[in-house]
Design a binder for this molecule. Structure first.
Ligand code: AMP
Length: 233
């Protein structure tokens, strides 16, 4: 249930390596502020499942743990951001992932989306989740998702009550195709090489806020809410 229904929150960018907890935290921000979570990974997986042209182009690249090309991802994001539910703000989860995407997003916010009738602030609040490498491996290999309601579990840290079954609706949990051990390394390499520059980009412009993602999930959420409240104070 959204606690705040009228205040503009603005764009929020969640940065961090695969397994840092971006998806979990994005869902909590979404519920708290009543703004949509826009996960480029989820949107791409949806396209793959539906067999769209974009999905067909992205499928093999994703299975290898590499990044889908900027043009395809940016077009998908543009299409999503012009939907009316983004008026008060939104959470970008998994985007931008390259310096080019970050520059593209700034240009989009500056030229296309910065419409004075929108209560949304123009520049994103960028929150980076810092997590230790060994923790990341456990989080990724232990991750299970409910295909029906999207709830995320972890067999090591947050197991379902019944092994491999969703607590909410009883659906059998699934592992993501790219959470296999052999794909994790390329994903972490893609992060180091292509996504680190994104953090540097925001750091240079004084917009990067780092949050310790190695503490329990609720403490991470509290810290993120504190950052967001401070930002709007
Ligand atoms: P995620 O669910 O965020 O871990 O994303 C899963 C996969 O989708 C990534 O390994 C990439 O192949 C692709 N992907 C998601 N977001 C992006 C992005 N912003 N740019 C390029 N590829 C992406």
């Amino acid at each position: 249930m959204a606690q705040e229904t009228s205040r503009a929150v603005g764009p929020i960018v969640l940065l961090g390596p695969p397994g840092a907890g971006k998806g979990t935290q994005a869902k909590r921000i979404m519920e708290h502020y009543g703004i949509p979570q826009i996960s480029t990974g989820d949107l791409l997986r949806e396209n793959v499942n539906l067999g769209t042209e974009l999905g067909q182009a992205a499928k093999a690249v994703m299975a290898r743990g590499e990044l889908v090309c900027d043009e395809l991802v940016c077009n998908m994001v543009r299409h999503r951001l012009i939907q009316p539910d983004t008026r008060r703000g939104y959470i970008l989860d998994g985007f931008p992932r390259t310096a080019a995407q970050a520059g593209w997003l700034d240009a989009l916010l500056d030229h296309e989306l910065f419409d004075k009738s929108r209560p949304t602030r123009a520049w994103p609040i960028v929150i980076q989740l810092d997590v230790d490498y060994n923790q990341l491996l456990l989080r990724i290999t232990g991750r299970r998702t409910c295909p029906a309601d999207g709830k995320i579990y972890n067999v090591h840290f947050q197991p379902p009550r019944v092994d491999e079954i969703c607590d909410i609706d009883g659906t059998k949990l699934v592992s993501r195709n790219d959470d296999r051990l052999e794909v994790i390394q390329p994903r972490l390499t893609a992060y180091q090489e292509q996504t680190r520059p994104v953090a540097e980009y925001y750091q240079r412009t004084g917009r990067l806020i780092s949050v310790n993602g190695d503490v329990p999930m609720d403490a991470v959420t509290d810290e993120i809410f504190r950052v967001l409240e401070d930002h709007h104070a």
